[in-house]
Design a protein around this ligand. Sequence first.
Ligand code: ADP
Ligand code: MG
Length: 339
Amino acid sequence: NWQRRQNANNNFTATIPYDMELQRKETKEMLDDLTTRDQRMMFGLVTLVHLADSKEQLDSDTETLYSTARKHLCQLSTLRWQQKDGLDTVLPYGLRKIQALRTLTTESTAVLIPFRAQEIMEPNGLYYGQNAVSKNMIVADRRLLLNGNSFRLGVSGSGKSMSAKEEIVQIALSTEDDILILDPESEFGYLTEALGGEVIRISATSDTHINALDMDRAYGDERNPIVSKSEFVLSLFEQLIGDGMVTAKEKSILGRCTEQVYLPYIRNGYKGTPPTLQDFYRLLQMQPEPEAQGLALSSELFITGTLNTFARHTNVDTQARIIAYDIRELGEQLMPLGM
Ligand SMILES: Nc1ncnc2c1ncn2[C@@H]1O[C@H](COP(=O)(O)OP(=O)(O)O)[C@@H](O)[C@H]1O
Ligand SMILES: [Mg+2]
């Protein structure tokens, strides 16, 4: 309008006054916030009441408040002849007697709400603690999250294991979910037994064996189980030989042997005893390529040698609902493979 008026007066070179330019810029920024930054426009009003014993003290406090607010780029204005309305607005009646509202974006409104707290209270959830701000219980169901993983951070002795055990007890008592515990410090055994679960102690010296090639029909989450097992065997040999040291030829041999070693088991409809790494080893030795002999040799210690814990038929019950794998005694050599 201002520009049009200037034009009507034949003042075509008029430049827009600075404060008008500034207003336009602020309006544009606000519109930008609303349209591109997903902000909403809110109406807000902040009223403060301060009291003093004398008028002088009150005025001096007012000045202090003004300058404090200015330091934070805020403008306060004193209510004149409206002090009772101001007081009514501040007191928690839910009345707003001051008819002044300012527009704010979501972002700037949120700054003014100091008691903002995110409550987590999900039906059928587990108790995870107390909300530090609102003091309400935190009840959550991790299974409903996009990613249900959780981890606990804290210094030694701060209660990480304790809180994990609390969660385990709650899951055991209130759901039908499976619980698998990998226990490198041998601390979950008593709890697991108390909950009726199975503790499996694995080490190079114990006579507990877990067959690394165990498989049932559901293995591999709806993918071809052989493909998943091939990947597993490959990663196993990468552990043994060194990451990236397995050549293309060796990979082909490993894939071929994996397929062959499962052939009888799969033909039998996933029934009977699954093959072991020892069967796999014998197959490797039967291959004509010299690379196969090299692979067999490099895996010998873990298959027919002394560290063959994972190369024999499983002789423990891995079907229990709650299982703790106690791997404290596994030792440095077997640990990567065991994990
Ligand atoms: N909520 C709790 N109430 C009482 N004692 C606890 C609690 N949490 C942990 N503790 C005790 O504190 C000690 C260390 O806890 P722990 O869970 O082993 O710590 P971390 O695993 O973090 O090293 C243990 O003796 C445990 O019984
Ligand atoms: Mg611990």
